[in-house]
Design a protein. Structure first.
Length: 254
């Protein structure tokens, strides 16, 4: 591909089909990367049967991003396109309703417990406090976290914020270049996120940094930290449900 800026200028000025095709072809690896990352967290039967369909949905998201991108906004296209690509894949998964109702109910139960205790304690609750609130054993709690991991990995249950018709998912906020911070309520969201991360314990913070900033898979995080992949997944799921409970409380207060 010739100079990217020149191709963008040509396409935005002339809507030349060849320039559009070059841009899409150049960014197809981005679609594959995000498809593979999302699919890696899904149940085995979904990984096997639906990967190609989800890749196509991601390509459609990429095509939409190409049409809507405004180079003059001084925002990297990869950042802008990532939201569209991931959103297209996630929306396709949500429409298929792949997860049983009891799994969604379990996720909501934990999320609500975090939200309730967050309000009462003025901080994020510990595992022991959540287990006490839910009136269950430690083993049952961690088994429940394992059962809801597909929700936490692809945000199937619901978006974290919805403003003016645009949906914002967790990686829009936590990712290396969080799109949502460019689009609305930058200072408030940034402050909430900093406070949330500051309250994580060392193990939790390590997982979230490796997953969202270093973009390692859960398996790679396990190898880097000496934890099992299952344990890393539990920690990640717990963080996401904590964050969703915290942000949902704030959204309800608006």
């Amino acid at each position: 591909m010739q100079n990217t800026d020149e191709i963008w200028k040509k396409y935005k000025k002339t809507k030349d089909d060849k320039a559009r095709e070059e841009i899409i072809k150049h960014y197809l690896p981005l679609v594959k990367y995000h498809t593979d990352r999302i699919v890696s967290g899904l149940p085995a039967e979904v990984r096997h049967n639906d990967r190609e369909d989800l890749y196509i949905e991601g390509v459609i998201g990429l095509m939409e991003a190409v049409e809507r991108f405004e180079p003059e906004r001084n925002l990297k296209f990869e950042t802008f396109a990532t939201k569209r690509v991931r959103g297209a894949i996630i929306d396709a998964l949500r429409k298929e309703d792949l997860l049983p109702k009891h799994v969604r109910a379990a996720a909501k139960l934990i999320e609500n417990a975090y939200s309730k205790l967050d309000a009462e304690l003025g901080r994020s609750a510990t595992d022991e406090e959540i287990i006490k609130e839910l009136k269950m054993t430690k083993n049952v709690f961690y088994d429940m976290l394992n059962s809801v991991k597909p929700i936490s990995l692809v945000s199937l249950d619901s978006e974290i914020f919805n403003k003016d018709g645009d949906k914002y998912y967790f990686e829009d906020i936590i990712g290396q270049e969080p799109v949502v911070l460019f689009e609305f309520e930058k200072n408030e969201l940034k402050g909430m996120l900093i406070k949330f991360i500051d309250e994580l314990d060392k193990e939790e913070r390590n997982v979230i940094e490796l997953y969202y900033w270093d973009e390692l898979t859960l398996k790679e995080i396990g190898l880097a930290t000496g934890l099992s992949e299952s344990r890393v997944c539990q920690i990640h799921t717990k963080i996401i449900l904590k964050l969703r409970g915290s942000f949902r409380k704030t959204e309800n207060e608006r």
